[in-house]
Design a protein around this ligand. Structure first.
Ligand SMILES: Cc1cc2nc3c(=O)[nH]c(=O)nc-3n(C[C@H](O)[C@H](O)[C@H](O)COP(=O)(O)O)c2cc1C
Length: 170
C-alpha cells in the first residue's frame, strides 16, 4: 500500500483513450467501500463520460484549478447527503481518496478538483456544477475527480522525503 501511495500523483493531462468499463466499476466500488462515520453512508457519485459535459465542469473553476478536467475522459463527482451525516464532507473525502488510490492500482491518472467552498467568478462552483448535472439540492458536492489515461509522467513521492517532524510521539 505504501508503494501505491507513493506512486499516486495528481495527473492533469490525459490521452483521448477512454477508461475501460471494468476500471470505472472498480473505481466506484473503491468509493463505495469507504468507511463512514456511524456507518451512515451519505456519499453518492455521479459518473460523467460525455467529453463536452466534462469540459463544461472544468469551467466551473477559475484559472488553472479545473485544468485536469479539460482532457479527462471520465469525471466522478463526489457528493453526499448532509441530512444523513453532519460529517458528510469527511466521509466524502475518504471515499474520494479511495478512488484516487484505486486509480493508481489501475495505472490510471487522476486529479481531485475541489468544488466545496470554491467559486467561479461571482458564482459558487457547487451551484454551477449542480446546474450542469442536475444534481438535486439535498446532495452537497465535495469534489470532482478527473480520470483518464495519463499523458504526463511524474516522479513518485519518496519515503525519505517525508517530514517526520509532523509526527509527535508521546
Ligand atoms: C482537498 C484537495 C483539493 C484539491 N483541489 C485541487 C483542485 O481544485 N485542482 C487541482 O488541480 N488539484 C487539486 N488538488 C490536488 C493537489 O494540488 C495535489 O494533491 C497536491 O499538489 C500534491 O500533489 P500530488 O497529488 O501529485 O501528490 C487537490 C487535492 C486535495 C487533497
Amino acid at each position: 500500500m505504501l508503494e501505491i501511495m507513493s506512486r499516486r500523483r495528481s495527473i492533469r493531462k490525459f490521452t483521448p483513450e477512454p477508461v475501460p468499463e471494468a476500471s470505472v466499476e472498480a473505481l466506484l466500488d473503491a468509493g463505495l467501500l469507504a468507511p463512514s462515520g456511524r456507518n451512515a453512508r451519505p456519499v453518492e457519485f455521479f459518473v460523467v463520460r460525455d467529453k463536452a459535459t466534462i469540459e463544461r465542469l472544468a469551467d466551473c473553476r477559475e484559472g488553472h484549478s479545473g485544468a485536469a478536467l479539460k482532457t479527462a475522459s471520465l469525471a466522478i463527482v463526489v457528493t453526499a447527503r448532509p441530512e444523513k451525516s453532519d460529517i458528510w464532507a469527511v466521509d466524502a473525502s475518504i471515499a474520494a481518496t479511495h478512488i484516487l488510490l484505486q486509480a493508481e492500482v489501475l495505472h490510471l491518472g487522476c486529479c481531485w478538483v475541489q468544488v466545496m467552498t470554491r467559486r467561479c467568478g461571482p458564482e459558487m462552483t457547487e451551484g454551477a456544477v449542480r446546474k450542469i448535472l442536475n444534481i438535486p439540492a439535498d446532495l452537497s458536492i465535495l469534489c470532482m475527480i478527473a480520470v483518464g489515461q495519463p499523458d504526463e509522467a511524474k516522479e513518485p513521492h519518496v519515503l525519505e522525503g517525508l517530514d517526520r517532524s509532523k509526527v509527535h510521539y508521546l
